[in-house]
Design a protein around this ligand. Structure first.
Ligand SMILES: Nc1ncnc2c1ncn2[C@@H]1O[C@H](COP(=O)(O)OP(=O)(O)OP(=O)(O)O)[C@@H](O)[C@H]1O
Length: 281
């Protein structure tokens, strides 16, 4: 089956004081329609830049390679064509819900925008917005629709951000650390909702996270990134049961587990002996 999103040798370089700095060094990644993929790796490994490259959000990034959505190369589309992709074909959720919301507009207005700019009538947009907000676990959604972001808690705001990202029914949702700013209990709720919503709509999800602990219940497949390129990928169960790359083993070893012996120090990725590195690439 042809993938929905396909990245081939995707490279990104940013201008630096001594010339271009290559941040993505050849990313190959496929996501099928409806598939949930987790992109994991430590801070700075290039996860966010990959997501932003797909949406062409970094204007100063020099992008090469291919990034096709349904066969169309996103890297060659005009800025106008890209605007039609963002929101409609690919929804986006970032980590910080406050930064993603406009403080002076009601949350309902913001949820309806993706529909209104695509010609959906106001009454219908409101009906769909209220429905979705309720579906995302906001009680009294009809009344809360006219509230402003500051009247919502952090977890509620992130539900609003998710509503904005999915209301136009994109084929792919890119969620970059969508729950990192939330407390653990709310994290689990939001991820469960996201998964249910994705299943209902056969929406593909690229979940970006440095937290391997939240991946198991969410994704079908895991791609592990390091230094700007994937080093390992496979079904979640396989990666957890039998990580092949030493870096993945290190990442997994640093996930705190309930059955951990508290007297044992948590290992970190840096504990992977240098001699092991590179051996499994
Ligand atoms: N606009 C930019 N200009 C220059 N360098 C950038 C830019 N954006 C990101 N980088 C660099 O690219 C590298 C990868 O960053 P990226 O944000 O993708 O990492 P990440 O894996 O998502 O980590 P995190 O979990 O911390 O977000 C980092 O070294 C970062 O400093």
């Amino acid at each position: 089956m042809k993938p929905l999103l396909s990245l081939r040798d995707l490279r990104a370089a940013f201008p630096g004081p001594d010339g271009p700095v290559e941040v993505l060094r050849g990313v190959d990644l496929d996501i099928a329609a409806g598939e949930k993929v987790a992109l994991v790796g430590e801070s700075g490994s290039g996860k966010s830049v990959t997501a932003r490259a797909v949406l062409r959000l970094d204007r100063d990034a020099d992008l090469t390679g291919r990034a096709t959505l349904d066969g169309a190369d996103l890297l060659t589309l005009s800025e106008r064509e890209m605007r039609a992709v963002r929101g409609a074909r690919i929804g986006l959720v970032f980590q910080d819900p406050l930064a993603s919301l406009n403080p002076v507009m009601t949350i309902g207005w913001q949820i309806m925008q993706p529909l209104l700019i695509r010609g959906v009538r106001r009454k219908e947009a409101r009906r769909r917005g209220v429905d979705l907000l309720g579906r995302l676990g906001v009680r009294d959604a009809d009344r809360r629709f006219d509230d402003y972001p500051h009247q919502f808690s952090g977890g509620m705001r992130q539900r609003v951000v998710i509503a904005i990202a999915v209301i136009a029914e994109p084929a792919l949702l890119i969620a970059d650390e969508p729950t990192t700013a939330l407390d653990v209990r709310v994290q689990a709720q939001v991820l469960t909702l996201l998964r249910e919503l994705a299943d209902e709509r056969s929406m593909a999800v690229l979940l970006i996270t440095h937290d391997l602990g939240i991946v198991a219940g969410f994704a079908d497949r895991v791609v592990v990134m390091r230094h700007g390129a994937p080093v390992e990928e496979g079904p979640v169960d396989e990666i957890y049961a039998e990580p092949k790359h030493p870096y993945t083993r290190g990442l997994l070893a640093s996930v705190p587990r309930i059955d951990d012996d508290p007297s044992r120090r948590l290992s970190t990725v840096d504990d992977v002996p240098a001699a092991l590195e590179g051996g499994a690439r």
